[in-house]
Write a protein that binds this ligand. Structure first.
Ligand code: BGC
Length: 706
C-alpha cells in the first residue's frame, strides 16, 4: 500500500478501531466459538473489541495463524490484518544455544546467521515480529535472565545486538523469511537489585547512558522496529510510565520512531508499583509516557476511548501510535498478503520439515562454537575412539538441553550427551556411583552436571550460584576413585565453581546448547572441533563478589601487587577481588601467542584514526580459532573511568605453526565517553592499549589523542 492509501485507511478508522490496534492478546482469545468464556470473558472484551485488536502474541502453528487471521478479517470492518508476535529468542522450534552461549562465540556473523535461520522457521510458522534481542547489560549472575543476554560488556553487546537485528530484519521486511525485531527491555532491567527478578533498579544517569544505552542505540541504528519497556523503575518511575525515559531518551535523544510496546501486563503493574490507583490511571500514565501497544491487559481498550472523548488526552497521541502500528503492518506487506506467503505454500508441514532439516546440522556447529573450555590439564581432546570413557551425572542422559525460552522446541528431538558421545566413542560406559569398579577402570570419566532449564531464565533468580550439593558430592566421589575427570556443565548463568575446580582435570562450559547439544559436546571432547569460545560474563569466585565485571571503575584505593597486604584498600578480608575466570577467557587445544604489535602512529585525531596490527601465532600442531581482544584504558578523564574497556575483537583462524595478522582500527569515536553533563565526547590525552586473549591481556603500547 502506498502512503496515501494508508493515510486514507487511517482516516476512515473510528476511535474504537484505533484504540483496538493498541491492544495485544494471546491466541486463546480466538479459540472460543460462540459463547464468550475464558480469557476473553476475564478481560471482559466484547466481540467488537476483540475484532479490532491490533496484534497477537504466541501462536504455535501456521494453521493457527491462518485460522485466526481469516476469522479476524471476516469480522474486522476495514480488513486491517493482525500482526503476529512471539518470543523467538534462540530459535523457534529448532533450538540454537541460549543467547549467553551465542555471545560466547564473540562472532557477529554467526549470530546474524542464527537470527536469519530462526526467522526462516518462525516465518514458516506465521510469525511476523520477534521479541528479541534482549540487550540488557548484566553483571549479576544471580539474575536468571542473564541467560537471554549478551553478557557484561557494552561493546560486545552492542555488536551482537546489531547482528541480531540485521539477521532478523534483513534488508527489507518485504523480503522472504524476515521478521521485525523488538529490542528489549528498555531500560536497566539487568540491574535488578540483588539479582532478584522484577526488583527495583537504582543506577545513576551516568551509568545508564554509559553502559545500558549503547546496545539499544546500536539496535536503533540498525533500524529495529520495536522497543519493549522493562518491568523495573528507572529513577523511581516504572519504565512503562516514564516520560523522561521514553520521551526524552528514547524518542528525542536516540531518535527512535518505531513502536514502543509494554512488557507483559506491565501497564496493569503500575498499580502494584503504587503509582496508579486503578487501570484507568495506569492507562493514562502509560499512554502519556509514550507506550504504543499494551501487551496482555485490557487497560488501553477499556479506557483510552473515554480519555479522548473527555478531552483529557489529545487524539494526536493515539493517532501517532496507530500510525506507527499500521506502518509496520504495511512494511511487512500484510495489506497485500495478510498470510505473508503461507497460503501460497502447497504443504505447510512439508515446508517446515524442510526448514528443520536445513537448520539441524547448523545447530550442531553453532553449539560446538559456543562451548567454553575453562580448564584442561592435558586430558582433552580424547584422541582415540577406543579410549575407555565413563559417563556419569544428572545431565548424562537428559534431553533438557534447550534452556529457557524454547517454548516450541521439541525436547524429543534433542541429542543428549550420552547419544552424542556414543557417536564418537566405541567404549563408552554409562556409570553409576555404586559401580566403583567400573569407574576405576575407565581411562577417563566424564561427569555431566548443571542446572535444569527452569533454574535460569525469567523468574529464576538464585541466591546461591553453586552447583547443588549432591552434584558436588557426586563429583568428589568419582574423583576419589578416578582422577581423570572431565566436568561438563549445563547451565544458563555463570556458576561459582570454586568448590569443584580442584576435583577434575578439565571443565567444559556447555551452557544450554540446544537441539544438537550432545553431538556438539562430543565434537569438542573428541577434538573434531577445537574450542574457541570465550566467557561473555565473569565467573565469580564467590557470590559475595557480585556484581562483578572486568570493566570496573578506578577507585581511590585500588588494590595492586605492592599494596595487597595493607588494610585500607579496596579488597575483601576473606577472598581475592578477582573472579575465578575473567571476562573474555576460554582455552583452546591450540597454543596461541600474540607476536609483534605495530601502531601506525603514536597519535590519533578526529580525522586520522590509527591502526594497530598484531601478529597471532599458533605454536601448536592443531589448527584453531581464537578471539583476539583489544582493550583501552583512558588514563585521565573528567569522570572516573573503567580500568579498561573492550574496544575491538576479532575471531581469527590460524593454521598449525602458522601466523595471522589482525588489524584493529581505533577512531576518536572509540574514545568517547559520557561526561558528567551526560554528553558524549572524547578528551585529548593518552590511552593505554592491551591486546590478548582475555580481559587480563597485557599492555602492548599507548597512544595520544590530539
Ligand atoms: C518477558 C518478555 C517477553 C514477554 C512476552 C515477558 O514476561 O519479560 O521478555 O518478551 O513476556 O512473552
Amino acid at each position: 500500500m502506498n502512503n496515501s492509501e494508508l493515510k486514507k485507511l487511517f482516516n476512515s478508522m473510528t476511535l474504537s478501531e484505533k484504540v483496538g490496534q493498541m491492544g495485544q492478546v494471546t491466541p486463546d482469545f480466538f479459540s472460543n466459538e460462540g459463547e464468550i468464556t475464558g480469557p476473553v470473558a476475564e478481560m471482559k472484551l466484547n466481540s467488537g473489541e476483540l475484532y479490532s485488536i491490533g496484534s497477537i502474541l504466541g501462536t504455535h502453528k501456521p494453521e493457527q495463524v491462518i485460522d485466526i487471521q481469516k476469522k479476524y478479517l471476516e469480522n474486522n470492518r476495514l480488513g486491517i490484518p493482525l500482526m503476529f508476535m512471539a518470543d523467538v529468542i534462540h530459535g523457534y522450534e529448532t533450538i540454537f544455544p541460549i543467547p549467553l552461549a551465542l555471545a560466547s562465540t564473540f562472532d557477529t556473523n554467526l549470530v546474524k546467521k542464527v537470527a536469519q535461520l530462526s526467522s526462516k522457521e518462525a516465518v514458516g510458522n506465521g510469525i511476523h515480529v520477534t521479541f528479541s534481542p534482549m540487550a540488557d547489560l548484566v553483571r549479576d549472575p544471580r539474575w536468571g535472565r542473564v541467560l537471554e543476554s549478551n553478557g557484561e560488556d557494552p561493546h560486545l553487546s552492542s555488536k551482537l545486538t546489531q547482528a541480531y537485528v540485521e539477521g532478523y530484519q534483513g534488508k527489507s521486511l518485504l523480503h522472504k523469511n524476515t521478521l521485525a525485531s523488538c529490542v528489549k527491555h528498555f531500560l536497566g532491567y539487568g540491574s535488578s537489585e540483588a539479582g532478584r527478578d522484577y526488583n527495583t533498579v537504582s543506577v545513576s544517569d551516568l551509568e545508564l547512558y554509559q553502559n545500558h544505552l549503547p546496545a539499544f542505540k546500536a539496535a536503533i541504528e540498525a533500524q529495529v522496529k520495536l522497543v519493549m519497556t522493562s518491568f523495573n523503575t528507572v529513577k523511581g518511575i516504572p519504565s512503562s510510565a516514564n516520560k523522561w525515559l521514553l520521551g526524552n531518551v528514547l524518542r528525542k535523544e536516540l531518535g527512535f520512531d518505531g513502536i514502543i510496546i509494554s512488557d507483559w501486563g506491565a501497564i496493569q503493574e503500575l498499580i502494584n508499583h503504587r503509582i496508579a490507583e486503578d487501570s484507568k490511571e495506569a492507562t493514562r500514565l502509560a499512554v502519556e509516557a509514550g507506550v504504543d501497544i499494551d501487551m496482555m491487559t485490557s487497560s488501553y481498550i477499556k479506557h483510552l476511548g473515554d480519555f479522548i472523548e473527555d478531552g483529557e488526552i489529545n487524539i494526536e497521541t493515539i493517532n501517532q501510535a496507530v500510525w506507527r502500528i499500521l506502518t509496520l503492518k504495511n512494511e511487512l506487506g500484510l495489506f497485500e498478503d495478510p498470510y505473508r506467503g503461507l497460503m501460497k505454500l502447497e504443504n505447510l508441514d512439508q515446508n517446515l520439515d524442510n526448514i528443520r532439516k536445513e537448520l539441524e546440522p547448523i545447530t550442531r556447529s553453532v553449539a560446538s562454537d559456543s562451548l567454553v573450555l575453562l580448564k584442561n590439564e592435558g586430558i582433552l581432546p580424547i584422541k582415540t575412539k577406543s579410549t575407555k570413557v565413563g559417563l556419569i551425572g544428572p545431565k548424562a542422559q537428559t534431553k533438557d538441553l534447550l534452556g529457557a525460552w524454547s517454548w516450541i522446541g521439541d525436547k524429543s528431538e534433542v541429542i543428549s550427551i550420552y547419544e552424542g558421545l556414543q557417536e564418537q566413542f566405541e567404549r563408552l560406559t554409562l556409570s553409576t556411583i555404586d559401580d566403583t569398579d567400573s569407574i576405576s577402570k575407565q581411562d577417563l570419566v566424564i561427569v555431566a552436571l548443571g542446572e535444569n532449564s527452569d533454574e535460569s531464565g525469567e523468574a529464576a533468580s538464585r541466591s546461591s550460584i553453586q552447583l547443588q550439593q549432591e552434584q558436588v558430592e557426586l563429583l568428589k566421589k568419582v574423583y576419589e576413585i578416578n582422577q581423570n575427570v572431565v566436568v561438563l556443565l549445563i547451565n544458563g548463568r555463570p556458576i561459582d565453581l570454586t568448590n569443584i575446580v580442584n576435583y577434575c582435570k578439565a571443565i567444559l562450559e556447555c551452557w544450554f546448547p540446544g537441539t544438537s547439544g550432545g553431538a556438539a559436546i562430543a565434537d569438542v571432547l573428541c577434538g573434531r572441533v577445537n574450542p574457541s569460545a570465550k566467557l561473555p560474563m565473569s565467573f565469580p569466585a564467590s557470590v559475595g563478589q557480585i556484581p562483578i565485571y572486568y570493566n570496573y571503575l578506578s577507585t581511590g584505593r585500588p588494590k595492586n601487587e605492592s599494596n595487597k597486604d595493607e588494610k585500607y584498600i579496596s579488597k575483601y578480608l576473606d577472598i581475592a577481588n578477582d573472579p575465578l575466570y575473567p571476562f573474555g577467557f576460554g582455552l583452546s587445544f591450540s597454543n596461541f601467542e600474540c607476536g609483534k604489535v605495530e601502531f601506525s602512529s603514536g597519535s590519533l585525531s578526529k580525522d586520522a584514526p590509527i591502526k594497530i596490527t598484531v601478529t597471532i601465532k599458533n605454536l601448536s600442531n592443531i589448527s584453531g580459532k581464537t578471539v583476539v581482544q583489544l582493550y583501552i584504558e583512558d588514563k585521565i578523564a573528567e569522570v572516573a573511568r573503567p580500568v579498561r574497556e573492550l574496544k575491538g575483537f576479532t575471531k581469527v583462524s590460524v593454521e598449525p605453526l602458522g601466523c595471522e595478522e589482525v588489524v584493529f582500527e581505533i577512531t576518536d569515536k572509540d574514545l568517547m565517553y559520557i561526561h558528567s553533563n551526560l554528553k558524549e565526547s572524547a578528551d585529548k590525552g593518552s590511552f593505554n592499549v592491551y591486546i590478548g586473549f582475555d580481559s587480563l591481556a597485557p599492555k602492548v603500547g599507548e597512544f595520544v589523542l590530539v
